[in-house]
Design a protein around this ligand. Structure first.
Ligand code: KG4
Ligand code: ZN
Length: 354
């Protein structure tokens, strides 16, 4: 089948605790692919009892959900399985067992249909997800990738052209939210819970550390923050309950301050005037407000994914596959022997598909 005929891309995301499936259509004009339908099942309720993601349970639940979600997506789009031209899946990074479910299902579907498959980098999905928003970005831009497992600043010159500017040397921003929330007894996933409580608190109540704020480079470090939160919580003792919102607000402010400061430094270092924020922490309202305010005074445009596409979803995987195909960065293939890459740096993509 010639490449130009590969219109419909089915995307499957199973890297962690959300099963996502979506269908996008490549536009012959070369414009941004259109999202025709997407469906998501979140495992949050299942993992909540354990205070975090249980990998084995995640894999088993992906197995249960992925085909019904694919059927739902096709029905929503008024398409048949046989209409799908390429099947895309998240190849990494993520939980190995969870990734294997998506990869296995995608390759089995593609083999049965006689269609090619394409493995997608999860972070590339996040990074390109703002292209599905009403106000899509243009290349080049600085990307702030803030998810549960990653905190990175990248220079993005085009599809597949990603240069790492800086990253966390220990915990990710999402992890800092999650671990601090756990210390405050807020449960999983901690980010949204901590952020909600922070709305009622005073962000200046506690002076928490802003690690590497003035390090002179674009790296991050969040591991010390949870220790500082723990120390503060212990110090408060019985008074913690009454001051929890203040501590949550101070924690959120510390994380957001560092993210905003380093993003501005990355813009300064690259001379770029556009920034894209992607990944679950990109849903944080305080981060959005602070970054918008800082960028407005510097005439920098900020782009976010739609709120519901900030956390993991199938739409970003289908989109990334479609954009890679359109840009000629990668060919889908009919070799159905698959592997997954639980650890996979984003800037390695360019070396693999120069
Ligand atoms: O991108 P994502 O859905 O999954 C990964 O690829 O890791 O990000 C999940 C992370 C979690 O750490 C979660 O607590 C955080 O994003 N998160 C938030 C918010 N919503 C999700 N953190 C702060 N504020 C939020 N509103
Ligand atoms: Zn993610």
């Amino acid at each position: 089948m010639p490449k130009s005929d590969r219109h419909l891309v089915l995307g499957i995301e199973t890297s962690c605790d959300e099963t996502g499936v979506a269908l996008v259509r490549c536009e012959p004009s070369g414009g941004v692919p259109a999202l025709l339908a997407h469906a998501l099942h979140s495992q949050i309720a299942m993992h909540q009892a354990y205070g975090g993601v249980v990998p084995e349970l995640a894999s088993r639940d992906h197995i249960r959900r992925v085909l019904p979600l694919a059927e739902e997506v096709l029905a929503q789009a008024g398409a048949r399985l046989a209409d799908v031209d390429v099947v895309a899946y998240t190849r990494g990074p993520g939980l190995a067992g969870a990734l294997l479910v998506g990869a296995g299902v995608a390759c089995a579907l593609a083999a049965a249909l006689g269609r090619p498959v394409l493995g997608v980098h999860h972070l590339e999905g996040h990074l390109l997800s703002p292209f599905l928003s009403a106000d899509p970005p243009e290349f080049p831009f600085v990307a702030l990738l803030v998810s549960g497992g990653h905190t990175q600043l990248m220079r993005v010159d085009g599809v597949g052209r990603y240069a790492l500017l800086g990253e966390t040397i220990d915990d990710a921003a999402g992890e800092a939210f999650d671990k601090s929330a756990k210390l405050l007894g807020l449960g999983y996933p901690g980010g949204p819970a901590l952020s909600l409580l922070a709305q009622q608190g005073d962000a200046k109540a506690f002076a928490l550390p802003r690690p590497l704020l003035h390090s002179g480079n674009l790296d991050f470090s969040f591991a010390g923050l949870k220790t500082a939160v723990l120390t503060q919580a212990k110090k408060l003792g019985d008074a913690l309950e009454a001051r929890k919102a203040d501590l949550a607000a101070s924690t959120e402010a510390a994380i957001v301050d560092v993210l905003v400061h380093k993003t501005l430094a990355a813009l300064h270092a690259t001379g770029l005037t556009r920034v894209v924020v992607a990944g679950g922490v990109g849903a944080n309202r305080h981060l959005r407000a602070q970054l918008d305010a800082a960028c407005a005074t510097r005439r920098v445009r900020v782009h976010y994914p739609e709120l519901h596409l900030c956390t993991d979803n199938g739409a970003m995987i289908a989109l990334a596959a479609a954009m890679r195909l359109q840009a000629g960065r990668q060919q889908a293939h009919c070799d159905y022997a698959f592997d997954v890459k639980p650890r996979w740096p984003l800037d390695a993509l360019e070396a693999e598909n120069p």
